[in-house]
Write a protein of this length. Structure first.
Length: 407
């Protein structure tokens, strides 16, 4: 999750404004150095904030969750399921947290650095079959995608897993990616980082022989434990893993599908200079998003004159004067905030800005800043989406906010 600047718990942030620096200390490690301007707020987007105020705002609905990294809901379900990276999934129902966790896998999870229980995905037919899947890093620091079932109590899962769907050896403790989600096609998508280490020492990003650095697509209904869809782009290609749907990713920290158009948005955390957001049709198979040939829109290896042929470049990127670790969000498709309809919201863990753009013809248009949506604690870990398409923002202080109409 993120780079080396996301971890188990934020001990504290010290901003030495007189010195013009900030130091983010995470679990005793000094992890980020940035200038004081970036630590306060990212600059306004091209359209700037609304000079008249109003518009959407934040309403805190939950505090004390620990380290929330996902808010999600099964289809048609009014409840929220909140994933705490320390190893629990909590249910938020009727305005309050249910006392007991829906699922508790703290005994299985390594939650240090960028590890932990990183996501849950409910089967499209969850209301009928009770199937759901979790992604976590185990005590051996490897990735596990595991299936569970709900119990007779709708707010409690059966404690024992049904099956391990996928295990992936992780050579380092960072760049886990960590999101699983069902796409509009009913397939399960799994985002994996490049295996960690600066600059992709494994050369995983441009390799089809490893699952690392890729977005996978599998069919959990067609095999045991899964089947590889026959229309995956690299099925039958010598030396390539058939599970891969797209590749060239460094550390995708949150992707999402536009629930209306099916377009796929992937926020990919950069190395030293660039943070990026990618967007493409959801059915565009085999895309290469460029890492580690590219970092965002610029050459990385080699630093100049790189071959960009065949690469899908980001629709938007920004440098580290604005932040240091992109947090991907969602295209808003709710009903409470018509002014947000069709815009994609995203943030940055370090600077805490909230920005948006509208994708038109493959171009990020109408870019703007939403200062009224910036949590005061800044460190945005993730966005969430409920069954109605309303959106949420989480921070590493344990708060969950809902984006609501302002007064």
């Amino acid at each position: 999750m993120l780079r080396a600047n996301r971890g188990a718990s934020l001990t504290y942030m010290f901003v030495a404004r007189n010195l013009g620096i900030c130091l983010v200390l995470l679990g005793g490690w000094c992890l980020v150095a940035c200038d004081s301007e970036a630590s306060q707020a990212a600059p306004n987007g091209p359209n700037g904030p609304d000079p008249n105020g109003g518009g959407p705002t934040l309403e805190r609905i939950v505090s004390g969750v620990g380290f929330p990294v996902q808010v999600v809901a099964p289809t048609g379900d009014p409840r929220l399921f909140i994933v705490d990276k320390r190893g629990t999934i909590r249910v938020f129902e009727d305005g309050a947290l249910v006392a007991e966790p829906f699922l508790d896998v703290r005994g299985l999870v390594s939650d240090g650095n960028e590890q932990g229980l990183l996501s849950v995905a409910f089967h499209p037919a969850y209301n009928a079959n009770g199937r759901f899947f979790v992604y976590y890093t185990d005590r051996g620091n490897d990735t596990q995608v595991v299936e569970y079932r709900v119990s007779a109590d709708p707010n409690r899962a059966e404690p024992d897993p049904v099956a391990t769907i996928l295990s992936v050896d992780q050579p380092a403790r960072n760049h886990n990616g960590g999101l699983i989600a069902f796409g509009p096609d009913g397939m399960l998508y799994i985002a994996l980082g490049d295996g960690g280490g600066g600059g992709d020492p494994l050369e995983a990003g441009q390799s089809l022989a490893t699952l690392l650095g890729s977005l996978l697509r599998i069919d959990v209904d067609g095999g045991n434990p899964f089947a590889i869809p026959s229309d995956n782009p690299f099925v039958g290609q010598a030396g390539a893993r058939g599970e891969i749907w797209a590749y060239g990713l460094r550390n995708p920290w949150r992707y999402s599908f536009d629930r209306q158009t099916g377009e796929l948005y992937i926020a990919d955390v950069g190395q030293n200079d660039r943070e990026e957001v990618n967007a493409a049709p959801g059915d565009a198979a085999g895309l290469n998003y460029g890492w580690n040939t590219m970092e965002g829109s610029e050459c990385f290896d080699p630093p100049q004159g790189c071959d960009q042929s065949g690469l899908t470049l980001p629709v938007l990127d920004y440098d580290h004067d604005d932040g240091c670790s992109v947090t991907g969000g969602f295209v808003y498709r709710g009903v409470a905030l018509p002014e947000l309809t069709g815009v994609y919201l995203y943030s940055d863990f370090c600077s805490g800005f909230v920005r948006s753009f509208r994708l038109i013809g493959g171009t990020a248009t109408e870019q703007r800043e939403w200062p009224q949506l910036e949590p005061s604690e800044r460190s945005v870990t993730a966005f969430g989406e409920d069954a109605d398409g309303e959106l949420y923002i989480m921070t590493n202080t344990g708060n969950v906010y809902k984006i609501v109409p302002g007064e």
